[in-house]
Design a protein around this ligand. Structure first.
Ligand code: AG3
Ligand code: MN
Ligand code: MN
Length: 288
C-alpha cells in the first residue's frame, strides 16, 4: 500500500509483511530541528534499522523468533525541515491512513526528535501516556517554539491524556510545579524501581501509548542523543516495564525517540535496536 507522506528506506533484513496484514508497523521519523545541544536525530531511524543487522531475531529468554511475526516497515516520513508541527501532522496523517486499513496494527515510531511523538498520540488517542525519559518535557514553549521536543509531554497532557514518567533527572522548577498541578506523576531516575513503576501505572486507563526517549538510559549506553544526561536507567529496567505493560495493558502505540549519531555502529542505535526487538518479542510473548 502507498502512503501519502512516506518513502522507502533501509528495512529490517528478515521477511516483512504488508501493513494491511501486520501486527507491528515500523515508521521512521528522521526529524532533527529543535534540539539545542547535539544534532543528528535525522539519522536515528536509519541508524536503528542498520543496527538491527547486528542482532539475532531469536530472543533467547522468550524462545521467540521475531522474524516469524507479522512486521511491516512503511519507511520514513518525509519531514518538513525545521517545522516540528507540520512534520508531526504528517506522522498523524500516516498513522491515520494505516489505522483505516488495519485497525489492529501497533505502530512503532523510530525517531528522530521526541516532538514527533505528538503526531502519533494525536492519531491514536490513547487514554494514558507512559514515558521513559531523562526530561520532563513539560515546558510550555522552548526557544520560542511550543512544538520543541522539550514541550511534547505538555502538548499531550493538554489533550486530556493521563501521564506517568520514569527515569526523570532533568527539568525546571516550573515544570515540576506544572506536573504537580496537572497530576502528572513521575519517578526520578535515582528512585526508579519496578515496584515504583507498577505503582504508578496500575491504575492508568487504557489504551496506553508507551514512549521511550532513548536518553532515559545511562549516558554510557546512549552517547548520541540530542540532550544527554548522566545517571540514567539500565536496559533491563525498561525491558521489565515493557513486559509488564504487554501483559497487563492494551498498548495502542510505541516509540523509541531521540536516537542520533553520524556513524554506523553507534551504541545508541544498538541500544534502540535491541529494545525494539524486545518490545516486539514481549508483545508476542506476554501480550493479549
Ligand atoms: N526535553 C529536553 N530535551 N530538554 C532539553 C532542555 C535543554 C536545557 N538546556 C539548558 C541549558 C541551560 N544553560
Ligand atoms: Mn529526554
Ligand atoms: Mn523527551
Amino acid at each position: 500500500m502507498e502512503f501519502l507522506y512516506t518513502y522507502e528506506t533501509l528495512k529490517l533484513e528478515f521477511p516483512l509483511v504488508e501493513p494491511e496484514n501486520a501486527g507491528f508497523v515500523l515508521l521512521g521519523v528522521p526529524f532533527d530541528g529543535t534540539t539545542s545541544y547535539k544534532a543528528g536525530a535525522r539519522f536515528g531511524p536509519t541508524l536503528i534499522r542498520q543496527a538491527t543487522l547486528n542482532l539475532e531475531s531469536y530472543i533467547l529468554d522468550y524462545d521467540i523468533d521475531i522474524a516469524e511475526l507479522p512486521i511491516a516497515d512503511i519507511g520514513d516520513v518525509a519531514v518538513v525541515a525545521g517545522d516540528p508541527r507540520r512534520t508531526a501532522d504528517r506522522v498523524r496523517e500516516t498513522i491515520e491512513e494505516l489505522k483505516k486499513v488495519n485497525p489492529k496494527a501497533v505502530p512503532i515510531l523510530l525517531g528522530g526528535e521526541h516532538s514527533q511523538t505528538l503526531g502519533a498520540v494525536e492519531a491514536l488517542k490513547p487514554a494514558s501516556y507512559i514515558v521513559f525519559d531523562a526530561h520532563l518535557d513539560l515546558r510550555d514553549s522552548y526557544e520560542d517554539n511550543p512544538y520543541n521536543h522539550a514541550c511534547v509531554a505538555r502538548r499531550i497532557i493538554e489533550l486530556g491524556i493521563r501521564e506517568a514518567m520514569f527515569g526523570i533527572r532533568s527539568g525546571t522548577k516550573e515544570e515540576v510545579e506544572y506536573a504537580e498541578e496537572s497530576e502528572i506523576r513521575w519517578v526520578h531516575a535515582r528512585d526508579y524501581s519496578f515496584d515504583a513503576f507498577v505503582d504508578l501505572v496500575e491504575a492508568l486507563p487504557e489504551p496506553v501509548y508507551l514512549s521511550i526517549d532513548i536518553d532515559v538510559f545511562d549516558i554510557s549506553m546512549v552517547p548520541s542523543t540530542g540532550t544527554p544526561e548522566a545517571g540514567g536507567l539500565g536496559f533491563w529496567d525498561v525491558v521489565k516495564a515493557i513486559e509488564w505493560l504487554a501483559e497487563k495493558k492494551e498498548i495502542a502505540g510505541f516509540d523509541i525517540m531521540e536516537v542520533a549519531g553520524e556513524k554506523l555502529g553507534d551504541p545508541t542505535a544498538l541500544t534502540a535496536a535491541k529494545l525494539l526487538f524486545y518490545f516486539i518479542g514481549a508483545m508476542a510473548k506476554f501480550g493479549r
